[in-house]
Design a protein around this ligand. Structure first.
Ligand SMILES: CC(C)(COP(=O)(O)OP(=O)(O)OC[C@H]1O[C@@H](n2cnc3c(N)ncnc32)[C@H](O)[C@@H]1OP(=O)(O)O)[C@@H](O)C(=O)NCCC(=O)NCCS
Length: 284
């Protein structure tokens, strides 16, 4: 994979990089990449699991960004944060107009990279303890909550996390986090393999501007992306699994596309061990 070619590819693609948590044994190798604030945050986390996700996420973001801008060392990236805590690249000056978004959940870290476009990514571990109907009642639209309530067992759990993961991806793409009311937008799954979003006019946004996709990244992990591509064609979404330093793709499990908008191609049971990337064809 040529790094220069990768940057060119972002004109028509969006890239998701996945990695696993980085335990204390990885600290000597990865800590030198992090800045003071990132290291201080690492120290503030007292639970090892949180530390390992933070370390992997920050090392992955820096390493991946440098793949698209090889003249910039991973340690040189500077970040600023909007009022809701979303990090954006703040330097060095002269780099390409990259945008990125991070997500982490037990066992998995994701970094989504686009050129210029607002975009959000969310990963969720779907087998954790949660009051599914209670959270849906408080946080989802009435229609979404009713859909969760009428389902049972594994089906209910899966549908809950379809909504949750997609809802997080959208609020993260907007950069607003929970300041964006979760009940003011609603997802539907018009038919197998399709997802659509409906937005309250008060959100001041256009549903047609968004490219949405939901994947099964691993047996117990969902991944969703929301990309504001406006009137342009859908980006081809490429998902890679790598080390936190993005030096190689070592786990080769393809992600399975569960749903996309407007019409997705279901990415079938490609269990080929040699597949390092999952590619989702453009949908129009
Ligand atoms: C902060 C929030 C944007 C995402 O939180 P999250 O789902 O717990 O965490 P994720 O792992 O997906 O994302 C965290 C990363 O997103 C980025 N981020 C932080 N604020 C962000 C924002 N306003 N917009 C976009 N990205 C943001 C950061 O890189 C952060 O990583 P860091 O904590 O290591 O700095 C926000 O949506 C939140 O607090 N959610 C809580 C979960 C919830 O209640 N969801 C309701 C069910 S639908």
């Amino acid at each position: 994979m040529s790094a220069g070619a990768d940057l060119d590819r972002l004109d028509s693609e969006a890239h998701v990089w996945l990695t696993g948590p980085a335990g204390p044994e990885a600290l000597p190798e990865l800590a030198p990449l992090l800045d003071e604030a990132e290291l201080a945050q690492y120290e503030r986390y007292k639970v090892e699991r949180a530390r390992a996700l933070h370390l992997a996420a920050r090392a992955l973001a820096r390493s991946v960004l440098s793949l698209y801008a090889p003249a910039i060392d991973p340690r040189e990236w500077r970040f600023r944060f909007n009022e809701h805590g979303r990090p954006e690249i703040d330097g060095p000056v002269g780099g390409p107009p990259l945008r990125f978004n991070l997500s982490h959940t037990d066992g998995l870290v994701a970094c989504l990279v686009t050129l210029r476009l607002d975009a959000g990514v969310d990963v969720e571990r779907i087998d954790r303890e949660l009051n599914l109907t209670g959270v849906a009642r408080h946080s989802f639209s009435a229609r979404e909550a009713a859909d969760v309530r009428r389902r049972r067992g594994r089906d209910q759990r899966q549908r809950f996390f379809h909504y949750w993961t997609l809802k997080e991806a959208y609020i993260k793409a907007r950069g607003m986090g929970l300041a964006l009311p979760l009940r003011r937008f609603s997802y539907t799954f018009p038919s197998s393999g399709e997802v659509a979003i409906e937005l309250d006019p008060e959100l001041g946004d256009r549903a047609g501007d968004w490219q949405l996709a939901l994947y099964q990244a691993a047996p117990e992990h969902y991944l969703a992306t929301a990309i504001r591509r406006g009137g342009a064609a859908d980006r081809e979404i490429v998902i890679r699994r790598s080390t936190p330093l993005a030096t190689e793709c070592r786990e080769l499990t393809p992600a399975r596309l569960l749903a996309s908008a407007p019409v997705g191609t279901v990415f079938g049971d490609d269990s080929s061990e040699s597949a390092a990337e999952t590619r989702v064809p453009r949908t129009r």
